[in-house]
Design a protein around this ligand. Sequence first.
Ligand code: HAM
Length: 439
Amino acid sequence: MITKIKGTYDLLPEQTAAWQQLEEVIAAVSKLYHFQEIRTPIFEASELFHRGVGDTTDIVKKETYDFLDRGDRSVTLRPEGTAGVVRSIIENKLYSSPNLPLKYYYIGPMFRYERPQKGRQRQFHQFGAEAMGSFDPRLDAEVIGYAVTLLKALRLENVKVKINSLGDKASKLSYRTTLQAYLSTQVEGLCTDCQHRYLENPLRVLDCKVDHDNPILINAPKPLKSLNEADQLHFNQVLAYLDAMGIDYIVDESLVRGLDYYTHTVFELEADLPTLGSQATLGGGGRYNDLVESLDGPAFPAVGFAFGMERLLLALESMEQKKPASYTHVFMIALGDKASVASMNLLTKLRHGGLICETDFFSRPLKGQFKQAERVNPKFILILGDDELAQNVVNVKNTKTGTQETVALEEVYRYIVDAIQSEAHQCSGHCSECEDDCE
Ligand code: HAM
């Protein structure tokens, strides 16, 4: 038997409803913030990630899926979405749009060769957003507000927003030198990887996954101390806008993030929920003011974030959200040959009218068809036998109230639509039972 590749998984039909709901909320919140969807290829020239994400990051050094294609070109399955979006806006010259900032979002698979565990796969999915073309601190706050609104729309509670600033390229460089000098005096106290890492990429040492409780790291100099006046002002303004927007945050001076392109604001959204296990970080992002230029585009400041879709769904499981209500309106039970033919005609009409319908495909006896109807959990069960057909009627059972009525065949569509609408009207959008209809 051929099995799936380690770190990948099948999304089976019983799980896709939750994904579709999440995608719908993302699309709705993105509209609120005026972000439009962009779709870029899942593989790109390897050089894009080496130069974009950073040669010395764990992601590029140890986690990318690189291969030579049949034309001997080195290509990489994207480990994240930002570099591809940046490549696309440069290649398509979208930076010259008069309509700035560009505000784009994406949902799609990403690939990292990591040790698989709960909330960490080798093929996973991100919902990411990038706002490009402005260095206004309001845009940092807007992007964080968008991320927080998404979590609110999902009714995820107890989410922490952690924020920090790395400053511009010069501040980052000066911080790098300070940090490297500090770490060089205590190399033996670092984990084996960090004993080398501190030389090529000291900021990554602060992000060490093995050793984050190490006092050497806790007491290390912090980036905020290396900010110049303008960077400090920008950071203070971002925080002031967040205050104005009613967003709670924690300034976490140790937050540096795992990708090299960040400058200025960096942030992460964390939820301490049992279903997430050790993967409490739902998403993260920040400014990357120099990335477009470093990939041969013009100076084009930008800020963005990405959430792990799998982690959002795991977090939702912890919140004991109600299971999605049944979306099936009708289960059709047909008994007898003539009724079976007529039922296919009726189903077609109901579906053309927008009703979600299912029926039996095994010629089960009546009891078996009722059992199947129970599994499908429709709002109405229609029972059509040859006798009913002779009288041009059908029996309609409302599964919620348990009542059954005989309805003329040509009126059954109107009957069901009216019943669904009146139920939706009665609970005016706040009923936990039939919210889906009300919305
Ligand atoms: P990142 O922090 O590398 O940032 O990834 C963002 C999120 O993707 C993580 O917080 C996590 O939820 C999810 N994630 C990462 N790796 C895995 C994995 N192996 N399995 C499951 N989920 C995972 C970025 O990727 C940046 N591109 C974010 C960004 C956009 N910054 C600016 N714009």
